[in-house]
Design a binder for this molecule. Structure first.
Ligand SMILES: O=C(O)CCC(=O)N[C@@H](CCC(=O)O)C(=O)O
Ligand code: ZN
Length: 330
């Protein structure tokens, strides 16, 4: 295997390679751009016209996506997986990965779309660097641009795997985008209704990419569940420039949209849900969701509401959970 295939291992060890460009026997070029960032270019005659960005480790404690991206890179460097797309791979928050935590200072996935300018600190610098390298990668005209930012929701979920579609300011999704999600074993998609400063919002809105945050299945008793295997095969196929169909007799593909964001406003914020509540658990109207200081209460008002990403330990001003409802945004 070409040594640049060890991108993750080298980056975590802080070992910058002396040789920054390597070429496989089939003419695929691997180019180390920075710690945790590798650009992979197929021979021009094999390029199918897609520019694909795969990122993981934007949150350092989400192990499965990091491991999965590492496997894909190694397969390319061994010559087992033959790319026909231009590919940029990124491990986002290296120090957080080393320490096994979501973030060190600020949450990196709140610092894109220029939000790093106001923030300061190591994560802000990294967001700026990732934006710069992404902008350069996605600057070629006439290409199909895709970005999957790989995460894993750190709690049980009624949907094993799902996508989040950033708000796109009214621009429609590319043809086949949802079909590609289904083929990658996503059980559904959550449509954002407002601008955000996540990595996928950045590539969707500033570079017109077909971009999603993907929440992969958690590590379970079954170390690598079937849905993750399907996902890995789907990514291999996209890298190889093959179109793939969702497997036969697909489960229903669920569409949700965000009804409300629960924002933590003070240190007195308290979520009133069980610690082990599952993502997409049903919420009964009238239920108290959260309290924050003097008489500030979040009560379920929506019919068929569900909770997503409940997390009280976030910085003040940040999202501590989402109330979502079935269907496209109104
Ligand atoms: O498990 C959790 O609570 C959060 C999982 C996670 O990191 N989700 C992303 C979603 C990003 C988006 O809205 O596109 C995040 O919170 O950054
Ligand atoms: Zn995450």
């Amino acid at each position: 295997m070409l040594s640049l295939g060890k991108l993750l291992e080298l980056s975590l060890a802080g070992r910058e390679p002396a040789e920054k460009i390597q070429v496989t026997s089939r003419g695929v070029k691997l180019h180390w751009l920075a710690d945790g960032v590798l650009q992979i270019t197929p021979p021009a005659s094999e390029d199918c016209g897609v520019d694909l960005l795969l990122s993981a480790g934007i949150h350092g404690n989400e192990i499965i996506p990091i491991e999965l991206l590492d496997r894909l890179i190694r397969a390319i460097a061994r010559g087992d997986l033959r790319p026909r797309v231009r590919l940029l791979v990124m491990f986002g928050n290296l120090e957080a990965i080393r320490r096994g935590v979501r973030h060190i200072g600020n949450d990196l996935n709140r610092l894109f779309c220029g939000a790093h300018v106001e923030a300061g600190g190591a994560e802000a610098m990294r967001a700026m660097e990732l934006e710069r390298m992404t902008a350069s990668f996605l600057s070629l005209e006439g290409r199909t641009r895709r970005h999957y930012d790989l995460h894993s929701a750190m709690r049980p979920s009624l949907l094993s795997q799902f996508a989040i579609c950033p708000w796109r300011n009214g621009r429609p999704l590319a043809e086949g985008a949802l079909e590609r999600l289904r083929a990658a074993s996503m059980d559904g998609v959550l449509m954002q209704r407002a601008a955000s400063t996540t990595f996928s919002a950045y590539t969707a809105n500033e570079h017109g990419a077909e971009a999603f945050t993907l929440e992969l299945a958690e590590e379970s008793a079954e170390r690598w569940p079937a849905c993750l295997q399907v996902f890995e095969r789907a990514m291999q196929a996209q890298i190889a420039g093959q179109s793939i169909q969702a497997e036969a007799t697909p489960e229903r593909f669920h569409v949700f949209s965000v009804a409300r964001e629960i924002i933590k406003r003070s240190e007195r914020f308290r979520l009133c849900l069980p610690d082990d509540v599952e993502n997409f658990a049903m919420l009964v109207p009238g239920t108290l969701l959260a309290e924050d200081g003097e008489g500030d209460r979040w009560i379920v008002e929506e019919e068929e509401a569900r909770i997503l990403f409940p997390m009280a330990q976030v910085a003040i001003g940040q999202r501590a959970g989402l109330v979502v409802v079935p269907g496209e945004p109104a």
